[in-house]
Each structure stands twice: as structure tokens, then as C-alpha cells.
Design a protein around this ligand. Structure first.
Ligand SMILES: *Cc1c(COP(=O)(O)O)cnc(C)c1O
Length: 474
């Protein structure tokens, strides 16, 4: 027998230097390489250092404040990542229901919990993002009208809406009718009445809207829509504004999507994975995508037999690990889910009050989870635009807020502190923002050339947009 010093490295049996591999025993000869591949040679340690350095160059919630409005970049308990990775949840996509009772039970219980927070009657966990949920919801609405034999072609969307709303409605085959907001930043009900006719299938609303303002007229709007035979879609991406205090059902909505990757413990940003469950009222239940997880008193099972289903919108189990994190978060928080919303709203109002003497606040209303400032004053008086303010914030170890959105506010700075920041961090941010406002008056050049401390300094945005260089070079 060979000693360990005589054996070739790698797993016993199949080994690249073994005769079997090279002679085409395992891989047909025509697919075999006939020379060395030229790969960069580097030690494992160097590779690890490279990736660590890249990761250090990135900004993330673990490094600093991330008030990215409408995106809810909050702290998500790390323990939930561990739970999502538990071996028992790691099942084959084609696993039958009998062998997946635990996973199905989790999905069933999560469905129930989300129905409770939204007030709705039936739900699908399938969609894998907010926008995907919107499209699922709009397809449900379309199929509903087709089934009852009404031809309704239009969807009304307020001008403050998230860009995905009109995109999803359009992709589902509707024509978009935009309506203006009034001087309080809310849906203008007269404008709504003027476009409401029998062609209108639905209105898509976000409440609180993207200005962070609660739509006071929401009940009147839902009554108007329903009297017209139309439905109401609720964009619940930022659900941490209202959790436990009110719900879309009470406001009169018929369809709602949630972003589990904003409100319910999956880190957001970086492109996924996410989950955008869609919940509906009783009369839309039969249009949900399949499968829906059900319980027959003994067993949990996936029900594919939904009479008017729009069909599946995602393969297999949806983004299952995201569902595990959401369920763990809900159990962990319990009645503190209400406190989440309370703190999200308190934090946003605190920042708004502290900053409104330094920046324009176009809609000076009590806000919900976020608020929108404007850099107009700095732009006109000092030549410092919102983009410069955003870049300067990066020097203050802060991720810039969402900028230039919503479109109805010029030079918009949309700030969402989230529930998970403490007062000290909020005060530091206020201080940084005040310093930037003062610097705009006294030393605008410094802001115009920001950022100064980031790995990549100020970039030439115009050239980058006109002549993008997308090649990899070393
Ligand atoms: C984030 C967001 C969406 C879209 O969610 P994705 O998961 O990014 O597709 C839709 N509406 C609002 C208000 C949002 O904040």
C-alpha cells in the first residue's frame, strides 16, 4: 500500500492526473483539454486578501448609516441567515410534499402571519421581488375582469409612485393614467374623479406614499374606486411604516404586495434574492398563482388546483430562504412588530425636524417612515446640487439617501433612517448634514470635488454616461 507521501493529492479514485481521466474513461476524448489552461497563478492567501480588500472598499450597513429612502436598508438579524441555512431546509426542488412537511408548515404559517399583518384573505409567497409582486397583482386584476366579462384597460397611478408601478401595470397590458398630487403631497381626489370611468381597472397606490406622507383621503378613494367597479392595489414595499397600526384591508385595498427583503429581515440591495408575496381579498382568491400551501388537517400540501389561477410566476418553492428569514423575524419580534413601525416613524420625524431649518422641506407634514428634503436652496444660492450633497455624505461615512426621486420634488433627497438606528447615530447624521449645508455657503469648492475619502474619488459622470467603458482590463 502507498504511504500518504506517495499518493497523489485530491480525492482518491477520480483525480486529474489519474490515467482514467486522461484517457477519456470518464469524459469523451473530444472534450478533453490538450494543454494547460492559462489561469493567473496566485496563492490562496492572496486570493482571499483580494476579496477582503474589495469587500472593505464597499459600503454596507455593517459599516455605517444607510438612509436610502424607499429602500429600507435596515439591520437584519444575522441569526436569521443561520436559520435559513439549517440543513433541514436544504431540500431538493423536486422533493415531494410528504418529505417536505417542515418546509411546507413554515410556508403555511408565514402565509397566515402575513395575512394577519395585511388584513387580507389569501396569499401567494411565490413572487421573488417587489416589482414581481406588482406584476403578479396586476395579472390577477386583469384575469379577474376578463373572467367577469368586463373590459377594463386603464390603471391610475399617482405621479409620486415608485417607477416599478407603471412598469408593472404596462407589462401586464394596461394603459397608464397618471394623476397629480395636491399641495399636501397626496392624491388629488378631484383629479382622480376626472379620470375615473368604466375603463379603469384599478388604482395603484403606496400609502404612506413615496413622500412618506399618509394619504388622508384613502378611504374616500377606495369608496370612489369600488363604486366604479374598480379595484385598488397597495404597494406595500415599505410596510415598516404601518405594521400593526393599520392595514391595507382596513384602507379598502384589494391586492397588496410586501417586500420581505425590506421589511422582514432579508438584507436588501445587491440584487437579491428577495421575495414579494401578494395578498388578496376573498373575491380574488381563485386567481392566485399556483401553488398555494394548504393544510388538510393532517398534512401540508401544495395546491395546484386553483380554478382561475394566472399560473405559476416562479419555479419550485419561490425564494425559500427569504421565507425562512421572514418567519423567524416575525416570531422573534412578536408584538414588537408594532414597535418597529413606531420607531421607524419616530426616527424619520426626528430627522425631519432637525434638518428642516437647513434644507428645503417641500411638504412640511408629519411624515411616516421617510421624508423628502430638497437641495434647491443650496443649488440656487451656492451652486451645490443634490448630487454634490450626496457625494459629500460619502466623506462622512454615510451612504447617500435616494436622490432625484420622487420626481415631483426638485433636487430630492429622500431620507429613510429605518427603525434600527439609535439616537446617537441619527444625531451624527444630523451633524454631518448641517456641516454640509454650512460648507455649501462657506466653501462650496470642497463639496463640488467630493468625495475625497472613498476608494474611487469623484468620477466624470458625463463621460461615464456617454462613453461607458464596460471592458475588464487588468
Ligand atoms: C423597493 C420598492 C419597490 C420594488 O421592489 P423590488 O423588490 O426592488 O422590485 C416597489 N415599490 C416601492 C415603494 C419600493 O420602495
Amino acid at each position: 500500500m502507498k504511504t500518504i507521501f506517495e499518493k497523489s493529492s485530491g480525492a482518491d479514485g477520480i483525480n486529474l492526473t489519474d490515467e482514467g481521466v486522461n484517457t477519456g474513461k470518464y469524459i469523451p476524448e473530444k472534450f478533453l483539454r490538450n494543454g494547460e489552461v492559462s489561469l493567473p497563478q496566485m496563492s490562496e492567501l492572496e486570493v482571499m486578501r483580494h476579496y477582503k480588500e474589495m469587500s472593505d472598499m464597499n459600503f454596507c450597513i455593517e459599516k455605517g448609516f444607510y438612509p436610502l429612502g424607499s429602500c429600507t436598508m435596515k439591520y437584519n438579524p444575522k441569526v436569521n441567515e443561520f436559520l435559513a441555512g439549517l440543513e433541514g431546509f436544504n431540500i431538493h426542488p423536486n422533493c415531494g410534499d410528504d418529505l417536505a412537511q417542515g418546509s411546507l408548515k413554515l410556508m403555511y404559517n408565514l402565509q397566515k402571519a402575513l395575512l394577519e399583518v395585511t388584513g387580507m384573505d389569501a396569499i401567494t409567497l411565490q413572487p421573488s421581488a417587489g416589482a414581481h409582486g406588482e406584476m403578479t397583482g396586476m395579472m390577477i386584476i386583469k384575469k379577474y375582469f376578463d373572467t367577469i366579462g368586463e373590459k377594463r384597460t386603464k390603471v391610475i397611478i399617482p405621479d409620486s409612485a415608485h417607477g416599478t408601478n407603471p412598469a408593472s401595470a404596462k407589462m401586464s397590458g394596461f394603459e397608464i393614467v397618471e394623476i397629480k398630487s395636491n399641495s399636501k403631497g397626496q392624491v388629488d381626489i378631484e383629479a382622480l374623479k376626472s379620470v375615473l370611468d368604466k375603463d379603469v381597472a384599478a388604482i395603484m397606490m403606496t400609502n404612506p406614499n413615496t413622500l412618506g406622507i399618509f394619504e388622508e383621503g384613502v378611504k374616500e378613494i377606495s369608496d370612489l374606486m369600488h363604486a366604479n367597479g374598480s379595484l385598488l392595489y397597495y404597494d406595500g414595499a415599505n410596510f415598516n411604516a404601518i405594521m400593526g397600526w393599520t392595514n391595507p384591508k382596513l384602507m379598502g385595498f384589494d391586492v397588496v404586495h410586501l417586500n420581505l427583503h425590506k421589511t422582514f429581515s432579508t438584507p436588501h440591495g445587491g440584487g437579491g434574492p428577495g421575495a414579494g408575496p401578494v395578498a388578496v381579498v376573498e373575491k380574488l382568491k381563485d386567481f392566485l398563482p399556483t401553488p398555494v400551501v394548504e393544510f388538510d388537517g393532517e398534512k401540508y400540501y401544495r395546491n395546484y388546483n386553483i380554478p382561475h389561477s394566472i399560473g405559476s410566476v416562479k419555479d419550485f418553492w419561490g425564494n425559500f430562504s427569504v421565507l425562512v428569514k421572514a418567519y423567524a423575524y416575525i416570531l422573534m419580534m412578536g408584538k414588537n412588530l408594532k414597535t418597529v413601525s413606531e420607531n421607524a416613524v419616530l426616527n424619520a420625524n426626528y430627522l425631519k425636524e432637525k434638518l428642516k431649518n437647513y434644507y428645503d422641506l417641500p411638504y412640511d407634514e408629519p411624515c411616516m417612515h421617510e421624508f423628502v428634503l430638497s437641495g434647491e436652496k443650496q443649488k440656487h444660492e451656492n451652486g451645490v446640487s443634490t448630487l454634490h450633497i450626496a457625494k459629500a455624505l460619502m466623506d462622512g461615512n454615510t451612504h447617500p439617501p435616494t436622490v432625484y426621486f420622487p420626481l415631483i420634488v426638485h433636487e430630492a433627497l429622500m431620507i429613510e433612517p429605518t427603525e434600527s438606528e439609535d439616537k446617537q447615530k441619527l444625531d451624527e447624521f444630523v451633524q454631518t448634514m448641517i456641516e454640509i449645508a454650512k460648507e455649501a455657503e462657506t466653501n462650496p469648492e470642497k463639496l463640488l470635488s467630493a468625495p475625497h475619502t472613498t476608494p474611487v474619488k469623484k468620477i466624470d459622470e458625463v463621460t461615464a454616461a456617454r462613453h461607458p467603458d464596460l471592458k475588464y482590463t487588468d
